[in-house]
Design a protein around this ligand. Structure first.
Ligand SMILES: N[C@@H](CCC(=O)N[C@@H](CS)C(=O)NCC(=O)O)C(=O)O
Length: 421
C-alpha cells in the first residue's frame, strides 16, 4: 500500500512524515504535480484540510493533516516501532521533545525568519524577543545534548526526526554558523542526524545558510520557499542518492546546472605517493606492522605532494561520556567522506576515564589542510591543527604511534581508535 502525501517536495513539515516512513518501512509518495496555492485550495483539498494547509496524508481510512500527527500515524503503522522507544518513559520523553521542538524551536524560528522575508511585518522588538526565546530553547537543548547523542535513548526516535526537521528550517534559512556555534552540541547533533542515511535520502545534502536574510524593503512577500528547500529530493533519490538542492531564501529561479569544477587538489603536480596504495598497505598488514606498514609509509611518503597534520580536540573537557565522545569522532569521519580521495586519518580517543582526549593524525594531499575540507566539514574548527615537522624524530615517532594505535599512547590507555581510509 502506498500512502499519498499532499505537499510540494522539500517542505520541512512534509519531511517529517517522509523520514519517519523511511525508518518504518512504510511507502509514502508525494502527490504528483502539486502546486502551492492552487492544489491546496481546491474544494477536494479543503475537504481533507479545511485550512488548506499542507501537508495532508491520504490514508485508506481518511485524511490526516498536521505534520506531527502525520509522522505519528506513519510511525504507528509499524508495530512496536523503535521510533517510539521501548518503554512508557521513552514514549513520554519522545512526546516531550516533539512538543518542545514544535512550541519552543519552530515558532521562534518562524517569528524570526518570516518577517525578514516579507511574510509578516518586521517589528524589531518582536524579532529580538523571538531570537531571545529561540536561544533560551537552544541553550536547554544544547545542555541535554552535551551528554546524549540522541534526544531519547541510544537510537533515532520520532523526536529526533521532528526536532531535526524543525532545526533544518533554521539551519538552511536563518541560523548562520556564527549563531549556531554558541550551541556546539546542537550543531553536532544536527549534522549527525541530517547525515544519517534515511535523512540524507529524503533531505539531500544540507548546507547552512551563510548570512541572515536582510529585511525585505518591499512589502510584497518573498516567494514562499518551496524553492529554498531540497527540491525533488525524494524524486532524485530514485535516480541518484542525495542530490541536494538547498537554495537561498529569496532565490526563486533554478540556476542552470554548472559544469562541476575540478577539485584544485586534482590540479597539483603528480605525486610519487599513491594514496590508495598506502591505504591498501595499511589495511592488508596484519603482522609486523612497524616493519611492514610503517616502514612502507615512510618509503612512500612524498612531502612535496602530501602533508601530515596532528589535530587536537579543543574542548576535551566536554568529553565526559565515552559513547558520546566516540560517536562524535564517528560523525566527524562520516563528514570527512568528501575528502576520501585526498586524505587518510587516524583518530584516537584517549584515556580510561573521563574527560577523554581526542587526538588525531591526518595525511592530506597538498601542503596545507585542503580549503574545501575546512569549508565543508564543520568539525575542522573544533580541532587545533599542527603541521607535522618530519625532520623532528619525536614527531615522526608520534605519527608512527598514531598510525599503529600504539598503547599506551602518551602514557594513557586508548578508549577507541578509528581510521579514515
Ligand atoms: N501546523 C501545521 C502547519 C502547516 C503549514 O503552516 N503549512 C504551510 C506550508 S509550510 C501552508 O500550507 N501554508 C499555506 C496557507 O497558509 O494557506 C503542520 O505542522 O502541518
Amino acid at each position: 500500500m502506498v500512502l499519498v502525501l499532499h505537499s510540494g517536495s522539500g517542505n520541512k513539515n512534509a519531511l517529517k512524515g517522509l523520514i519517519a516512513a523511511e525508518y518504518s518501512g512504510v511507502q509514502v509518495e508525494l502527490v504528483k504535480n502539486f502546486e502551492m496555492g492552487v492544489s491546496n485550495k481546491t474544494p477536494e483539498f479543503l475537504k481533507m484540510n479545511p485550512l488548506g494547509k499542507i501537508p495532508v496524508l491520504e490514508t485508506p481510512d481518511g485524511p490526516v493533516f498536521e505534520s506531527n500527527a502525520i509522522a505519528r500515524y506513519i510511525t504507528r503503522l509499524k508495530a512496536d516501532n523503535p521510533l517510539y522507544g521501548s518503554s512508557l518513559i521513552d514514549y513520554g520523553q519522545i512526546e516531550q521533545w516533539i512538543d518542545f521542538a514544535s512550541t519552543e524551536i519552530d515558532p521562534n524560528l518562524a517569528r524570526w525568519f518570516y518577517p525578514r522575508v516579507g511574510f509578516y511585518p518586521h517589528v524589531p522588538q518582536a524579532e529580538e524577543f523571538a531570537v531571545a526565546s529561540l536561544k533560551r530553547a537552544l541553550v536547554a537543548l544544547n545542555t541535554h545534548l552535551a551528554t546524549n547523542t540522541y534526544l531519547v535513548g541510544h537510537a533515532v526516535t520520532l523526536a529526533d526526526i521532528i526536532m531535526t526537521c524543525n532545526l533544518y528550517m533554521g539551519f538552511v534559512q536563518i541560523m548562520t554558523k556564527s549563531f549556531t556555534s554558541e550551541f556546539p552540541h546542537v550543531e553536532r547533533y544536527f549534522w549527525t542526524l541530517v547525515n544519517q542515511p534515511y535523512f540524507r535520502k529524503v533531505m539531500g545534502e544540507v548546507k547552512q545558510v551563510e548570512s541572515v536574510p536582510a529585511v525585505q524593503s518591499s512589502r510584497k512577500p518573498a516567494q514562499h520557499k518551496e524553492s529554498s528547500k531540497p527540491k525533488e529530493a525524494k524524486k532524485e533519490v530514485k535516480k541518484e542518492p542525495a542530490k541536494p538542492k538547498v537554495v537561498e531564501a529569496a532565490e526563486e529561479e533554478e540556476e542552470a546546472p554548472k559544469p562541476k569544477a575540478k577539485n584544485p587538489l586534482d590540479l597539483l603536480p603528480p605525486s610519487k605517493m599513491i594514496l590508495d596504495e598506502w591505504k591498501r598497505l595499511y589495511s592488508n598488514t596484519k603482522t609486523n606492522f612497524r616493519e611492514v606498514a610503517i616502514k612502507g609509509f615512510w618509503d612512500m611518503y612524498d612531502p612535496e605532494g602530501y602533508s601530515l597534520w596532528f589535530c587536537d580536540y579543543k574542548y576535551n573537557d566536554e568529553n565526559t561520556v565515552s559513547f558520546v565522545t566516540m560517536n562524535k569522532v564517528g560523525g566527524f569521519l562520516q563528514r570527512m567522506d568528501l575528502a576520501r580521495k585526498y586524505a587518510f586519518g587516524k583518530m584516537l580517543v584517549i584515556g580510561s576515564e573521563p574527560p577523554f582526549k581526542v587526538k588525531g593524525l591526518w595525511l592530506f594531499r597538498g601542503k596545507e589542510v585542503p580549503k574545501f575540507v575546512i569549508d565543508e566539514c564543520y568539525d575542522m574548527e573544533l580541532y587545533e591543527w599542527t603541521k607535522v615537522d618530519i625532520s623532528d624524530e619525536a614527531q615522526k615517532e608520534r605519527v608512527n604511534a598514531m598510525i599503529e594505535d600504539q598503547e599506551p599512547f602518551e602514557g594513557e590507555a586508548l578508549l577507541d581508535a578509528k581510521c579514515f581510509k
